[in-house]
Design a protein around this ligand. Sequence first.
Ligand code: NAD
Length: 479
Amino acid sequence: MNVQPAASLFLNGRPVEGEGDALPVLYPYTGEEIASLREATTGQVAEACKAAAAAQVEWAALAPVERGRVLLRAAAIIRERNEELSRLETLDTGKPIQETLVADWESGAAALEYFGGLAATVTGQMIPLGSDWAYTIREPLGVCAGIGAWNYPSQIACWKAAPALAMGNAMVFKPSEETPLGALKLAEILIEAGLPAGVFNVVQGRGAVGAALVTDPHVAKVSLTGSVPTGRKVYAAAAEGIRHVTMELGGKSPLIVFDDANLDDAVGAAMLANFYSSGQICSNGTRVFVQSGIREAFLDKLQARIATIRIGDPLDPDTQHGPIVSAAQAGKIRAAIAAGEAEGARLVCGGPGEGAFVPPTVFADATDQMALAREEIFGPVMTTLAFEDEDEVIRRANATGYGLAAGVFTRDLARAHRVAARVEAGTCWINAYNLTPVEMPFGGVKMSGVGRENSAAAIEHYSQLKTVYVGMGSVDAPY
Ligand code: NAD
């Protein structure tokens, strides 16, 4: 299998070969090298930012409806090619084709449609001040840097590019070094849709390339999707230049199941919240709090359904659970499983697995103090914890530095809304989990992040206000 792109980078409207270190792209299922890329040098990062700064001026001068039209055309191209793009996404990430066909480029296209449509609706405010008045203009920030994680590479590129471009910014995007291919496709598609050269650029590389991008003098804003430790570094580097930031970071989210819940739905949601994309999802509900009366029934149903999960070749349309993105990540997940066993949690099913695969794994009898219940694993590992009552579970659910998401399953509507109000999370699902349509804001509180992606809320994170005061009379100076 060979999916070598025309070149490693996309600078100023065309593919350009990277001149930095080698960046092999491995298919997680087989370990086979499917493309051989090169990182961008610091000079090439600077070149990308310079091209973006030059292109941004003309792009911002277009009528918003014209910018929107380009994004809508790009979305239509993505939808036409969804099958071919999803196959590439599966090769890049190892995620099952039955997932990538519906969740990756599809969600990226929705973001381009949403922000393409929204572009022309963004207006300022007129502020009456007696005889004088003021008005506001929402202006682009300039050049935005986007830095992605490896779990949803093409979706992340679209979620960042769509609002940025809609508001008249240019972007230099660095995908994760593990999954560099999708962003290059997005760059090609945007050009085909009519985007002027230089408005969307792609550089490749590991953390050092990301660091060079964040501190480039042309960059006005940085949007990162990644882990908390990386977020801390990127936020600090951005602060040096007082750059705007959006930080989409990790989590250890609680999913709370009360004893009146529809058990089948709660079990299904807990599985989606832990095993979709082999558990490599930031908002996963990895701490499943189950009220003690239904604990055994919950675990029995869970085990029975896990036994039917089809694990295997990600390109087989029947496969439901694919490999982990890299051997390094599989190793980290196995270490977390081993630590959970050593800490005394009960392994209900699954375990370390072998090769590229870690099977759906469930722990019971865990305590809040165990690393299993505190640290983000980013793999298919569910930790179940028993609880007695609402106050107790809220206190325990909130006893974490993270705050990305939460879920509650109950048939008691008043309780559902009470819990949603009390959990410290950017998103709380009631009788659902991990649904992130573009219409609703997404992002974290506490250490899970700053800012929001998707929805009209994202507009504020890709623009700034200019206020214009209009004096209508003579100037009343006391001098
Ligand atoms: P990571 O933090 O290792 O890397 C993220 C990106 O940052 C990569 O592109 C990497 O090259 C880059 N990077 C690393 N060091 C850098 C530096 N010093 N300066 C600039 N860039 C740097 O994360 P990962 O392992 O790729 O992804 C998994 C993490 O991402 C998990 O913690 C997960 O929860 C989080 N995540 C969050 C969201 C969200 O929306 N909140 C979505 C997906 C993943």
